[in-house]
Design a binder for this molecule. Structure first.
Ligand SMILES: O[C@H]1[C@H](O)[C@@H](O)[C@H](O)[C@@H](O)[C@H]1O
Length: 641
């Protein structure tokens, strides 16, 4: 009903476009860099996403000491944010469709501010929980709205790059968080208040910025605010003529409003094959992003680095900042590559490289497990015999038990006098008793290893970690967000992004909550081999389902998933001369001249297979994968005049 009203408004107001055109000279076209300003202020949402998910590990180190948090509370404080983000991302679809992108970004930054303030003044763990929950609510809305907003305001040739910048801000936020963690970890008290509270600064900046920035022209047009939409589009595009773009958005909205039936959007998406296909691709990408284990690898990086011989905790925190920086640096490579090699190739190469790196990581863990030092010293303390720690014969099995750690001495290069002892539950950096207990005078040649074992193969693990980030960060890190922001038709964009962002957060929480259990059952190398297998599965999925969207207008991208025909490419004639059998009905063509979608009309039904063979044969070089990707991209229609 609302759609119909909006449609009527679009029709009524179509005359306004002409009036508005006449007033061209009255408009103050925005500077050409306006779209960069929009992208920057929106991507602050990405920065907050990265900061709030990244800062918690360092803050938790201090919190568990100062507030004597049990491991249940620690886990709760970390995962409540991700859980709340999953719920609010799903709810964000409705909010986006109803109130627009700008209002949602304002709302998210307001919530971030509130969350940051609650956290920085929290007096007890309940208040901390409330603050972390609030931050999560902001995270979910921001994570699904920002990419959509950037995609909708960007010109087609910059869209991929600008949406990818949002992920650059995510990884940048994670890096800054780790630096802040490092800096404030030296404070004797309340360092966590600064760590958690500092997010108020970018959140307030974004809120203030968005008070003055415009709504997405596509949303305005969809809601029937035609003139406003045109004004905003002109403002964003600066000197560029916007008539054609405006008309194509308007056309596409009118078609959609005519075609799409009523009912809840998700239901309509599931009932419409193209939207359903886009939803599967979008959610699948987000799922495989998380199943490839990025957050486990990032979280685990400190331990991986400890395995490489870094014993000092402070040093480990700084080296973890180095890992976050590497993630950021390689995301920058993604920003550079996305408009050059395209989304599809970038994602596929990234997944393949990620799978191989995960295998290197797993091999490193496997070699380390095989070279795992034995337990040679069994202390007589009775509390060891009351715990499970006394049962283990090797470091490998000892470290897989979350209640135990490995205490050892070093003689030249060999591990000597090693024991498996209970960990202090309140502080895993020390044993609960014995030589590795912090309270006793610790000999300089005695070391405490919690969660890892001393190994000569740590370099293989380190190599795997670096390779992993180098392959994951340019492709699988940003592309799921970028692709999701562009594959849905306007009517389904908010809901599609809400669902896929929800899937991302749900899989994020699932992978992080299950990692330790998976490692206990399958060992570390088993867990990383499992992630490698999932990344390979993701590769098969992407190669079969993801069409290239580079350089196309958002309205053209819809047709990659549908049999709706978009624009006739200039290459049609040339193509038809080769085809001979039927008439090429429509084709969408990419800017560099590749035909990416074809539809052939013929009355000779018998020749369909011949046409198909001919199309495949002649277009091997010309047609980029889509014909194979979604078989329905190839269609026959009855001959038209
Ligand atoms: O795209 C981002 C990015 O790769 C981050 O590093 C990761 O922590 C997020 O989960 C992911 O969604």
């Amino acid at each position: 009903m609302e759609d119909q009203r909006a449609y009527a408004r679009v029709e009524d107001e179509s005359t306004l476009i002409k009036t508005a055109s006449k007033r061209d000279h009255e408009l103050q076209p925005g500077p050409p860099c306006f779209v960069y300003t929009l992208a920057f202020f929106s991507a602050l949402g990405g920065f907050l996403f990265g900061y709030d998910t990244g800062v918690v590990s360092g803050a938790m180190l201090l919190l568990k000491r100062e507030k004597k948090l049990s491991s249940v509370w620690q886990e709760l404080l970390v995962s409540i944010t991700v859980g709340a983000a999953a719920v609010s991302a799903l709810a964000g679809g409705f909010l986006n469709g109803r109130f627009g992108r700008r209002v949602c970004i304002l709302l998210a930054s307001f919530i971030f501010c509130a969350g940051g303030i609650i956290l920085s003044v929290a007096r007890n763990k309940e208040a901390l929980l409330c603050g972390r929950l609030t931050v999560g609510l902001g995270l979910g809305i921001a994570s699904m709205t920002v990419p959509v907003y950037i995609a909708e305001v960007s010109p087609p040739d910059l869209r991929g790059q600008l949406v990818t910048v949002n992920t650059l801000f995510i990884t940048g936020g994670q890096f800054i968080a780790s630096v802040v963690d490092g800096a404030f970890s030296y404070l004797p008290h309340d360092g966590w208040r600064f760590m958690l509270g500092l997010s108020v600064v970018p959140a307030a900046l974004q809120f203030l910025g968005f008070l003055f920035l415009p709504e997405s022209p596509r949303w305005l047009l969809q809601k029937g605010f035609t003139q406003n939409a045109l004004l905003v589009l002109r403002q964003i595009r600066g000197d560029v003529d916007v008539e054609e773009e405006f008309e194509s958005i308007r056309c596409s909205i009118q078609e959609e409003q005519r075609d799409v039936a009523g009912g809840p959007v998700l239901w309509r998406m599931l009932a419409s094959p193209p939207a359903r296909r886009a939803l599967i691709v979008g959610c699948g990408l987000q799922m495989f992003q998380q199943l490839a284990g990025i957050n486990t690898v990032m979280y685990y990086s400190a331990t991986i680095l400890q395995m490489s011989g870094v014993q000092d905790d402070q040093m480990a925190i700084w080296l973890a900042a180095g890992t976050a920086f590497t993630n950021f640096l390689f995301t920058l490579v993604g920003v550079w590559l996305v408009e050059r090699v395209g989304r599809r190739r970038l994602t596929m190469a990234s997944l393949l490289g990620t799978a191989v790196s995960l295998m290197v990581l797993a091999a490193g863990f496997l070699l380390s497990a095989q070279a795992s030092p034995p337990v040679t010293f069994h202390p007589s303390n009775p509390s060891i015999h009351n715990s499970t720690c006394g049962n283990y014969g090797f470091c490998e099995s000892c470290m897989l038990d979350p209640d135990c750690g490995f205490c050892y001495g070093l003689n030249a290069t060999a591990v000597v006098q090693s024991s498996c002892v209970p960990v202090d539950p309140a502080n895993t950096e020390t044993a609960a008793l014995g030589r590795c207990f912090n309270g006793t005078q610790k000999a300089s040649s005695v070391f405490w290893a919690y969660n890892y074992c001393p190994t000569p193969y740590s370099w293989v693990v380190l190599l795997g970690l670096i390779l992993y980030l180098a392959f994951f960060a340019p492709g699988m890190g940003p592309m799921p967000w970028t692709v999701n922001s562009e594959i849905y038709p306007l009517w389904a964009r908010s809901t599609g992004n809400a669902c896929s962002a929800g899937v991302n957060w749900i899989c994020n929480v699932l992978v992080s909550l299950t990692f330790l259990h998976v490692a206990q059952y399958l060992t570390y190398y088993g867990a990383f081999f499992l992630y490698a297998a999932l990344a390979l599965l993701g590769f098969v999925f992407v190669s079969g389902c993801l069409p290239e969207t580079k350089g196309l207008r958002l309205e053209e991208i819809e047709s990659l998933f549908s049999r709706r025909l978009c624009s006739c490419g200039a290459h049609t004639d040339q193509y038809m001369r080769r085809l001979e059998f039927g008439a090429l009905h429509y084709a969408t063509s990419e800017p560099e001249g590749r035909i990416s979608y074809i539809s052939v009309s013929t009355s000779q039904k018998k020749t369909k297979s011949l046409i198909l063979i001919s199309v495949l044969f002649h277009s091997r070089k010309n047609i980029e994968h889509n014909i194979f990707v979604l078989p329905l991209h190839f269609e026959f229609t009855e001959e038209v005049d």
